[in-house]
Design a protein around this ligand. Structure first.
Ligand code: PMP
Length: 463
C-alpha cells in the first residue's frame, strides 16, 4: 500500500468517522470503546485498512458487489473521460454511454429488449412493481395487482421493497407495509423437513406447486407478478432444487403472472452465467440488477424488460397518462453506464465467466471437504462464485447454531486476514450460513486461502 495518509490524518479520519458517520447495518454502541475500521485501499482481491492491515476479500466489498476486483484503472479512466465530457442529463433525452451499454447488455440477455436506468437494487425492484401495477390498471381495471414474493428472499430496503421482503427480522419494526404483496414458501431443500407435506422425492416440483396454491387461494385474476431471486442471497444462499424453475415458469404462463427476477446479487457473472436465471432456461418479463453491474465503481442499477412489456406502455399514445410515469434523477448519471461498459468488457476479455465456474467448483470442493471434517457444517450450497455453508448444532435435528457462534467464525477469519460473510439479521433463528462471494478474478490460491481460514476458524470456535 502506498501510504497516502500520515498517522495524524488517519487518527483524524477515524475520529471523524466515529463522530459523524452512521454505518450501515450497525449497532454503534461498541464504537464508543472500539475504533471503526476504515478501508483505505483496494487492489485486485485485497483491501487494506487504516492500520495498513491487508485482507483477502471473500465477499466483494461486504455485499457481493466488486465483481471485477479493486483498482481497475480502465474503469476509472472511462468514468473520468465521460464525466468531463458530459456527466449528467436525465428525463426524456438519452446519453451516449446509456445507449452503448444498453446494446451490450441486451446482447447478453436473449428475449429481453429494454433497459431502464436507476441507481439501486431497491429502486429497480420498486420500478418493476410499479410497472406490474400499471399493467394491472391498463389491462385488468386494477384487479390483477398482487405481487407474490418468497419467504427468505430480499428485494431491498425501501418500504415498497420491504413489503416484498421474505426476511422477518429485517422487516420487524418498519411496518405497516404496502398492501397487495403476498408471501409464498421458500425452496430450501435442506430444510424441507420444516415444511408440512414436503416430499423427499421431487421436492423442487412440490416447492413450485406451493406458489400455484397461493395463486389459486388469492384468485389468479388478482395476481399480476411473481418476484424471485434466482439463487436466494442473504436469506441463506439457497440454490433452487431440481425442476423448480421449470415448474415456476409453467405456473406463470398458465395464470398470466409476470415473472420478475431479482438479479441484484446474481447478475453480471456472479453465478458463472451472465445472469442466474440463464442456468434454468426461464423467460422473465422483468430482470433487475445492480451490484455487479459496475462492480461498485459507480452507482448504477437497471430494470430490463421484454419488448412486450415495453409495448404495453406505448398503445393509446394520445392518452396523456399512458406512459411509465416515473423518473430516477440519478438514472441520468453517465458515470454508471460508462463504468458498466468497461466492467462488462473486462468480464469478456478476461473470460471471467469461465473462471467463475472453475473457481466456484473449487470452492464447492473445498467446502465439501470441510463438511467432512467439521460436523458443524450441515449443508454446503452454491452456484459459481456464490457459495454458502450452513452451520448446525446437530446434523440430525439440523438445529441452527446460535448467531453469535456464526459471527465468531467470521471474526476469527477477519483476525486471520480473510473477510467472509454470514447471513445477518435476516431470518429469525437462521442467521447461520457463512457466505462466500469473492471477485470473479479469484485464483485457486485465493480460494484455498479462504477455505483454509474457515477451516482454522471452525477448529478454534467449535473445537
Ligand atoms: N435485491 C437483492 C437480492 C439484494 O441482495 C439487495 C441488496 N443486498 C437488493 C435487492 C437491494 O439493493 P440495494 O441495496 O442496491 O438497494
Amino acid at each position: 500500500m502506498d501510504g497516502k495518509f500520515t498517522e495524524n490524518d488517519i487518527s483524524h479520519i477515524v475520529s471523524a468517522d466515529k463522530a459523524h458517520v452512521w454505518h450501515h447495518l450497525s449497532q454503534h454502541k461498541p464504537y464508543e470503546t472500539n475504533d471503526p475500521r476504515i478501508i483505505v485501499e483496494g487492489r485486485g482481491m485485497s483491501v487494506w485498512d487504516h492500520a495498513g492491515r491487508e485482507f483477502l476479500d471473500a465477499v466483494s466489498g461486504a455485499v457481493w458487489t466488486v465483481n471485477v476486483g479493486y483498482g481497475r484503472e480502465r474503469i476509472a479512466d472511462a468514468v473520468r473521460d465521460q464525466i468531463l465530457k458530459m456527466n449528467y442529463f436525465a428525463g426524456s433525452m438519452g446519453t451516449v454511454p446509456g445507449a452503448v451499454f444498453s446494446e451490450m447488455l441486451i446482447d447478453k440477455m436473449p428475449g429481453m429488449n429494454r433497459v431502464y436506468y436507476c441507481n439501486s437494487g431497491s429502486e429497480a425492484n420498486e420500478k418493476a412493481f410499479k410497472m406490474i401495477r400499471q399493467i394491472a390498471h391498463k389491462k385488468y381495471g386494477g384487479t390483477k395487482h398482487k405481487i407474490l414474493y418468497r419467504e427468505r428472499d430480499y428485494h431491498g430496503t425501501t418500504i415498497g421493497a420491504l413489503s416484498a421482503g421474505g426476511q422477518d427480522e429485517r422487516n420487524a419494526q418498519y411496518g405497516p407495509f404496502a398492501p397487495g404483496f403476498v408471501r409464498v414458501p421458500h425452496c430450501l431443500e435442506y430444510r424441507r423437513h420444516e415444511q408440512e407435506g414436503a416430499p423427499v422425492e421431487n421436492y423442487g416440483l412440490w416447492a413450485a406447486e406451493q406458489i400455484e396454491k397461493v395463486i389459486l387461494a388469492e384468485g389468479p385474476d388478482t395476481v399480476g407478478g411473481l418476484c424471485l431471486e434466482p439463487v436466494t442471497a442473504g436469506g441463506g444462499v439457497i440454490t433452487p432444487p431440481e425442476g423448480y424453475w421449470q415448474k415456476v415458469q409453467e405456473i406463470c404462463d398458465k395464470y398470466g403472472v409476470l415473472l420478475h427476477i431479482d438479479e441484484v446479487v446474481c447478475g453480471v457473472g456472479r453465478t458463472g452465467e451472465w445472469f442466474g436465471y440463464q442456468h434454468y432456461g426461464v423467460k422473465p418479463d422483468f430482470v433487475t440488477m445492480a451490484k455487479g453491474l459496475a462492480s461498485g465503481y459507480a452507482a448504477i442499477a437497471a430494470l430490463v424488460t421484454t419488448e412486450e412489456v415495453f409495448d404495453a406502455f406505448k398503445d393509446n399514445a394520445d392518452d396523456p397518462l399512458n406512459y411509465f410515469r416515473d423518473i430516477s434523477t440519478f438514472g441520468g448519471c453517465t458515470a454508471g453506464p460508462a463504468a458498466a461498459i468497461e466492467n462488462m468488457n473486462i468480464i469478456i476479455e478476461e473470460d471471467l465467466l469461465a473462471n467463475t465456474t472453475a473457481m466456484g467448483a473449487r470452492m464447492m470442493e473445498n467446502l465439501a471437504a470441510l463438511q467432512e471434517k467439521h460436523a458443524v457444517i450441515g449443508d454446503v450450497r452454491g452456484k459459481g462464485l456464490f457459495c454458502g455453508a450452513e452451520l448446525v448444532a446437530d446434523r440430525t435435528t439440523k438445529e441452527p447454531v446460535a448467531e453469535k457462534l456464526a459471527q465468531a467464525v467470521t471474526a476469527d477469519c477477519m483476525a486471520n486476514g480473510v473477510i467472509i460473510g454470514v447471513t445477518n439479521r435476516s431470518v429469525p433463528g437462521y442467521n447461520n450460513t457463512l457466505c462466500f462471494s469473492p471477485a470473479l478474478i479469484a485464483t485457486a490460491d485465493d480460494i484455498d486461502r479462504i477455505t483454509d481460514a474457515v477451516d482454522g476458524a471452525l477448529g478454534r470456535v467449535f473445537g
